[in-house]
Design a protein around this ligand. Structure first.
Ligand code: Z5A
Length: 213
């Protein structure tokens, strides 16, 4: 039987489609929280095993034939390891943990866009994370054309998921907004087309309003 997180820290996740500005906002938030020494993580990855899974999922030719089911289980395996090896101990030690993507990415990319039944996705997500859920999640909502323009096309270096169709990314955006509508108490939707500094101010204001700082 697993122990519960029984945490004293704060768990913040960032979500959204590629190029929406997650890394930028995480960097700005970390600068704003400097003295609190936030722990910055990304998914998939963040542990030695997780980084190997990341490579298989994104760039290794062996990943090309992955089925949606195998893909979902690999994201979940990386997350299960990250939770137990890194996130849970950090939260128990009272740290602020900021994660670039977490279980909502699986709900949306594998559940909605890859069309794995939502109850299966939810069951595997729950098994992977246990009671370790973000206290607050910032969803950076951005249209695909703006994201692609920011990324400068990125066609040469695109990974396996980035090479998906426009319909796939339309489903991702819709899936995120639907999820946020179902979980408004945890997920805050931000207009990611605004200048980075004003989004960063909004994030700090949301965190203060929610009583986190
Ligand atoms: N995936 C999945 O399918 N299931 C899962 O469970 C998980 C993940 C966990 C991980 O990709 C892939 O795995 C992802 C989902 C899938 N695939 N897709 N698509 P990743 O980690 O390699 O990359 P990413 O998460 O997609 O993010 P990114 O491409 O690194 O982008 P970002 O971090 O959101 O954006 P950024 O780097 O901060 O900004 C992009 C550019 O825009 C950059 O030049 C910035 O300077 C600029 N920028 C940022 N903000 C602004 C504003 N506000 N205005 C103007 N310009 C801006």
């Amino acid at each position: 039987m697993e122990t519960s997180t029984a945490r004293k820290g704060l768990f913040i996740s960032f979500e959204g489609s590629e190029g929406c500005g997650k890394s930028t906002q995480i960097r700005l938030l970390a600068e704003a929280l400097g003295g609190r020494d936030p722990l910055l993580l990304r998914e998939p990855g963040g542990t030695p095993a997780g980084e190997i899974i990341r490579h298989l999922l994104q760039h290794a030719p062996e990943g090309d034939a992955l089925t949606p089911e195998a893909e979902l289980l690999l994201f979940a395996a990386s997350r299960a390891q990250l939770v137990r090896e890194v996130i849970r101990p950090a939260l128990q030690a009272g740290r602020v943990v900021i994660c670039d993507r977490f279980l909502d990415s699986t709900t949306v990319y594998q559940g909605v866009a890859r069309r794995i039944p939502p109850e299966e996705t939810a069951r595997i997500n729950a098994f992977a994370v246990g009671d370790c859920l973000p206290d607050i999640t910032f969803l950076l909502d951005l249209d695909r054309a703006t994201a692609l323009a920011r990324l400068g096309g990125r066609s040469q270096s695109a990974d396996r998921i980035e090479r998906e169709s426009e319909e796939f990314f339309a489903a991702v955006r819709r899936g995120y907004l639907d999820l946020a509508a179902r979980e408004p108490q945890r997920i805050r939707v931000l207009d990611a087309s605004l200048p980075a500094e004003s989004i960063a101010s909004e994030i700090l204001a949301e965190l203060q309003q929610a009583g986190h700082f």
